[in-house]
Design a protein around this ligand. Structure first.
Ligand SMILES: [Zn+2]
Length: 249
């Protein structure tokens, strides 16, 4: 863990690779050892699995995002995902979860889908990549109740007491490049125990004019290493190890 590791590459714990052009994804290979590619619905899950087949650094996570439920035939989506997990090289279930901030009107449908996908993760002993906007505690309780061993709360900006419980359960969180502009998220990145930290882009999402992408991760690590008085290489290595443990690779 000590000394210079010139060859150390980064990891991205949450990226919507299905929305990124293949040429760009290929270019990430030099700098990134693993990009965990999350999906939004059945169609993007199929695309993600195809990308993981093509690129060694891309790992496939499949799921239905809580924002994707407006006019969806849920049963068709879930059956398709169950087939995909059974037949393909899938290493994680996500992006899944609950959202009372942006889509509170579909919360009942969200809960049905979320529980089915947690059960799928449990059946195949897969980790889950979670979206929990204004539902941090509820998502944590659902995940624990389903006996899920490996969970990652993406872009964590929930309350400190939930963070303590996440840590006690040996779950993970991911820190997003928006720490640069968001004090609350920066506070989380400063205080969270190192053994639960990973870094993500959530690319290609645009947040308050900031176009998120994996290439912002090195400067995010640099910022957190500086405020925590850590060596950037060590912080990167720890985050990588956390993600590899989560994925079982
Ligand atoms: Zn996302």
């Amino acid at each position: 863990m000590s000394g210079k590791r010139a060859s150390l590459r980064y990891t991205d714990a949450h990226c919507h690779a299905h929305e990124i052009p293949e040429g760009e994804l290929a270019a990430y290979q030099d700098e990134f050892e693993v990009v965990l590619a999350v999906s939004d619905d059945l169609e993007s899950s199929l695309r993600t699995v195809a990308l993981a087949k093509k690129f060694k650094h891309i790992k496939a996570s499949v799921g239905v995002h809580p924002w994707s439920l407006e006019e969806t035939n849920v049963e068709e989506q879930l059956r398709g995902l169950e087939r995909l997990v059974a037949e393909s090289e899938v290493v994680c279930i996500g992006e899944i979860g609950l959202d009372r901030a942006f889509t509170p009107h579909t919360i009942e449908k969200q809960l049905v889908v979320f529980r089915r996908l947690l059960q799928l993760a449990k059946d195949y002993d897969l980790p889950v990549n979670l979206h929990a906007a204004k539902t941090w505690k509820q998502v944590l309780d659902e995940v624990s109740a389903h006996g899920i061993k490996r969970a990652l709360f993406h872009w964590y900006s929930g309350p400190p007491e939930v963070l303590t419980e996440i840590s006690a359960r040996r779950y993970l969180i991911s820190i997003n490049p928006t720490v640069k502009a968001n004090k609350k998220h920066l506070g989380v990145a400063k205080q969270a125990p190192l053994q639960i930290l990973t870094f993500e882009s959530d690319g290609p999402y645009v947040y308050r004019g900031m176009a998120l992408k994996p290439t912002l991760i090195p400067e995010t690590l640099k910022l957190i290493a500086r405020v925590r008085n850590l060596d950037i290489q060590e912080l990167a290595a720890t985050a990588n190890e956390n993600l590899f443990r989560f994925l079982g690779i």
